[in-house]
Design a protein around this ligand. Structure first.
Ligand code: GCO
Length: 445
């Protein structure tokens, strides 16, 4: 039996565009994801978040489910285009939805944890070049300060950004996410502006003296391992690590971008003239906690003629329905590395979970044993890290509900609660029932 500290924050996580639906209601205008998902071929089956889990109308039912599972905290994100449907225009009706949601959570003794930006940039901002435009930082600050003013002190944990790597590199460099550009110079500009907006928002949060509340960021971190012990494969793994992890961790915790990556990117990207000297001291504003979104690891082999001098190779471990190798040991490595190389501030796993092909039995049950195993193994290494003195304070399971999995549409189910997208019926999977036990005992067997 592995026990967790009594105050360990067991939660679940979701994000606005992935669950809310109601895209035209109460003054909301489109986000870049509304636009992107409607372009032919951008998402599986042409799926969009138009209805998603209809959470906008069913939030009370969903909070009832959270209560039933017994979670202590719920991580959700706020849809920017509900709050500022047009440039400079605040929409109180959009804000009301989140006020009601928070009120309902508090009534049920569930701690609200809010992400300010989980990728649904208003289309009006997208039309002015989105994160490529340094003005976007000011729009983001106007939006964040409004949130702090309206609900700052009733949210104990604020997350400025979710996975800046995805919002910049996957979106402006690889082109798999909105707005779907394929230009690495753009990707790094977007990344820099996002990081800078993070640092500036932290500063605003401090200046506004928001009470009873903390602020941090959620990074997607993927440990990279060399395919063999050769010097070349080690170098390739170092670059893969630089690309996904250090490019974000270093500015935030060390106040600089990794030199080896700057050197590597220079040839492809050109000058880094979009970075000013003083930007890095803003980005490295002290934060109160770090959120870690962890799913898998990567294994890399040297390949000369590629940007990162390497390509991914398949690991031998079992895979989830995303094709991601299951590797809880790498989470353990990651936590220890963060502690050793980066920070002693509280850590939270802000996302961890798995998609599997769920089958409903005749009696409408979902025996998702593989998901239970996945979560259990990741909780085990988390527990080991804590027992060894690691400062890990909570775990947010991704996700509460099956939902719109971005480019994969509704084809991948991450929920511990099954959603029948025809009827919007929710069914607790076995994993939800198992998680309830874990939370109740604050322990895993
Ligand atoms: C991300 C996001 C989530 C995803 C989840 C599964 O990591 O991409 O934060 O929105 O749905 O990670 O891929």
């Amino acid at each position: 039996m592995a026990n967790f500290p009594k105050d360990f924050l067991f939660g679940t996580a979701t994000s606005s565009y992935q669950i809310e639906g109601a895209v035209n209601e109460d003054g909301r205008t489109p986000s870049i994801w509304d636009t992107f998902s409607k372009i032919n071929g951008m998402t599986y089956n042409g799926d969009t978040g138009d209805i998603a889990c209809d959470h906008y109308h069913r939030y009370k039912e969903d909070i009832g489910i959270l209560k039933e599972i017994g979670v202590k905290a719920y991580r959700f994100s706020i849809a920017w285009p509900r709050i500022f449907p047009d440039r400079g225009k605040f929409n109180p009706k959009g804000m009301d939805f989140y006020k009601k949601l928070i009120e309902e959570l508090l009534k049920n003794d569930i701690t609200p944890v809010a992400t300010i930006y989980h990728w649904d940039l208003p289309q009006w901002a997208g039309d002015m070049d989105g994160w490529l435009n340094s003005e976007c930082i000011n729009w983001y600050l106007e939006y964040s300060s409004k949130l702090f003013e309206e609900i700052g002190d009733i949210i104990p944990m604020w997350i400025t950004h979710n996975e800046p790597w995805c919002a910049s590199i996957l979106s402006y460099g690889i082109g798999e996410h909105a707005p779907g550009h394929k230009d690495y110079r753009e990707a790094l500009i977007a990344a820099h502006h996002i990081l800078l907006s993070h640092g500036k928002a932290v500063k605003v949060f401090r200046d506004m003296n928001v009470k009873n509340s903390q602020i941090g960021i959620a990074l997607n971190l993927t440990p990279a391992y060399p395919a063999t012990e050769t010097k070349e494969d080690n170098l390739a793994a170092k670059y893969a690590d630089g690309f996904t992890n250090r490019w974000f961790l270093d500015p935030i915790f060390k106040g600089n971008y990794p030199i080896d990556m700057i050197e590597l990117f220079k040839k492809e990207i050109g000058e880094f003239d979009f970075i000013n000297e003083k930007d890095l001291s803003i980005i490295s504003q002290p934060i109160d906690f770090l959120g870690i979104n962890f799913y898998s690891r990567s294994i890399v082999k040297y390949k000369e003629d590629t940007l990162l001098k390497g390509v991914g190779v398949e690991g031998t471990g079992k895979k989830t329905d995303m094709g991601w190798e299951i590797s809880p040991e790498s989470l353990y490595d990651l936590l220890n590395r963060l502690k050793k190389e980066y920070t002693r501030i509280p850590l939270y796993i802000t996302e961890n979970g798995a998609a599997f092909k769920d089958i409903i039995t005749e009696d409408r049950r979902i025996h998702d044993q593989e998901r239970i195993e996945y979560i259990k193994e990741h909780l085990k290494v988390s527990n080991k890290f804590i027992k060894e003195g690691g400062n890990l304070k909570g775990y947010f399971l991704w996700s509460l509900l099956d939902n719109f999995e971005w480019a994969y549409g509704y084809s991948k189910r991450f929920g511990i609660v099954y959603v029948d997208f025809e009827t919007q019926k929710r069914i607790l999977k076995d994993s939800a029932i198992w998680y309830k036990e874990v939370i109740n005992k604050a322990a895993i067997d």
